[in-house]
Structures are given as structure tokens and as C-alpha cells.
Design a protein around this ligand. Structure first.
Ligand code: PGA
Length: 255
């Protein structure tokens, strides 16, 4: 019996139109046996334009809905941005915050990530916070200092009761979309370091409650390696989550 409920989240990034979303979920629904919600949590994070369709099609299933980003303002003149009320209207439960692609291409900083985390929590949704190092940082032995800096800054001013709700995704940037996944030992080492850091920032009980995923080239063939060590509580999946059969297999790895 695992200490924490495993969570697998599909990050579709900028893939799948409205029609493709409907097709994916239809295929999905005919092929999976309903997961026991007490054993695994599965989340689909489509693009905003597919949220409506995904919400409609996932209603009554064991899948939750997630978004890939959110603004830290309630509403206003922010062209191209998305507000919490717009996500809540579709029943969005999870919001990915601080993905490395947003940090790299859209100037997201730990400061904006911190504001977004607080705003997601204030709106009763659950952030999936991404942290991770570049290949240069890993090779220079700076993985832990990078993660430590991100966690300290991203969790600044967030109380313990809120912090324990946040799902942390350890995503080494060099493993994302490259097919070059981290070894399970490397992933476990960093996840243990994340727990140690959370225990220093907050408390030992919190570090044992907080869920930490691995992300980066996860696929049906390698998920079991990560999940066999109960330190890792699931995965954030990009490429492989675009194929319904693969995403189902990944979710079923803990059943
Ligand atoms: P990947 O992406 O599974 O395609 O490597 C993971 C992610 O970006 O969350």
C-alpha cells in the first residue's frame, strides 16, 4: 500500500484540436476499464480550446481535468491570458505551473511562478509545480542547488496547509521530449532531495505527504522503473500522453 495516491497527468502541450480531443477521449473511454479512484488519479491537461470538449466527454469518468497555465490576475487587459474563473467553469482541478517550456520561452520566473501558485490555491485548484535542471547544470554538479533555489523561491510565503496540496513534478529539462529519460536512480535521488528540502522548509510530516512526480520521456516501457520505488508518486507525461493506449498503460502501471 503506497503512502500517497499516485497521480499521472497528461500534458498535451500545443497538440490536439477540438475534434482531435473528442476522438482521443472517445477512443480512450472504450479502451480503459475505469480506474479505482482510491488507487490512482489520472488527469488530462489539454489546450484551452479543448477544455470544453474534454470536460463534456470526461464527465462521469475517473479522469480529472487540468490546464497548462493560468494568469495570476482575476481578470483584465492581458491579451492571450487565461483567468481562474475561466478554468473553474469547466471543472478544472489541476493547473500546471512553471513548466520548463514556459520558463524558457515565455519568461516565467520563480517570482511569477510563486504568484501563480498562490492564485491557483486561492481559487481552490491544485497546482502541479515543475522544477528541474538543464544538462549543463547537471554536468556541473548543480542539480541540487538549482532545485533548492526553485523550491525556496516558488514556495515563498505559502503556508504549510497550502504547500502540502501542491504536486511537485521533477522534470530534468534534458529529458523532456528527447527520448533520453533519467535513470530511475537519478530520479529517485532528486525526488528524495526534494522531500528533504520540503522537510527543511516546512516539516517532516509535510515532506511525507507532498506528492512528487517524475517527468521527462516517460512511456509505457519505462514507467514501472520509476513506480517501483514508492518515493515517486506518478508522472507528468508529454509525448506518450497523446496516444490514448499509451497513457492508459502508464496509468495502469500502479494497479
Ligand atoms: P515528454 O514531456 O513526456 O514529452 O518528455 C514531459 C513534459 O514536458 O511534461
Amino acid at each position: 500500500m503506497r503512502k500517497r495516491m499516485p497521480i499521472f497527468a497528461a500534458n498535451w502541450k500545443m497538440y490536439k484540436t477540438f475534434g482531435e480531443t473528442a476522438k482521443f477521449i472517445d477512443e480512450f473511454k472504450t479502451n480503459f476499464k475505469a480506474f479505482d479512484k482510491n488507487k490512482v488519479e489520472a488527469v488530462i491537461c489539454p489546450p484551452y480550446t479543448s477544455l470544453f470538449k474534454a470536460a463534456e466527454k470526461l464527465a462521469g469518468t475517473c479522469f480529472s481535468l487540468g490546464a497548462q497555465n493560468m494568469n495570476f490576475e482575476k481578470e483584465g487587459a492581458f491579451t492571450g491570458e487565461i483567468a481562474p474563473a475561466m478554468l473553474l467553469e469547466f471543472g478544472v482541478k489541476y493547473v500546471i505551473i512553471g513548466h520548463s517550456e514556459r520558463r524558457a520561452y515565455y519568461n516565467e520566473t520563480d517570482e511569477s511562478v510563486n504568484k501563480k501558485l498562490k492564485f491557483v490555491l486561492a481559487n481552490d485548484m491544485v497546482p502541479i509545480l515543475c522544477v528541474g535542471e538543464t544538462i549543463e547544470e547537471r554536468e556541473a554538479g548543480k542539480t541540487e542547488s538549482k532545485i533548492l533555489g526553485q523550491l525556496k523561491a516558488d514556495f515563498a510565503g505559502i503556508g504549510e496547509a497550502d504547500a502540502e496540496k501542491i504536486v511537485i513534478a521533477y522534470e530534468p529539462i534534458w529529458a523532456i521530449g528527447t527520448g533520453k529519460n533519467a535513470t530511475s536512480k537519478d530520479a529517485v535521488d532528486v525526488v528524495n532531495f526534494i522531500r528533504k528540502t520540503m522537510s527543511e522548509i516546512y516539516s517532516k510530516p509535510l515532506s511525507e505527504k507532498v506528492r512528487v512526480q517524475y517527468g521527462g520521456s516517460v512511456k509505457p516501457e519505462n514507467i514501472a522503473e520509476y513506480m517501483k520505488d514508492e518515493t515517486i508518486d506518478g508522472a507528468l507525461i508529454g509525448g506518450a500522453s497523446l496516444d490514448p493506449a499509451k497513457f492508459i498503460k502508464i496509468c495502469e502501471s500502479v494497479l
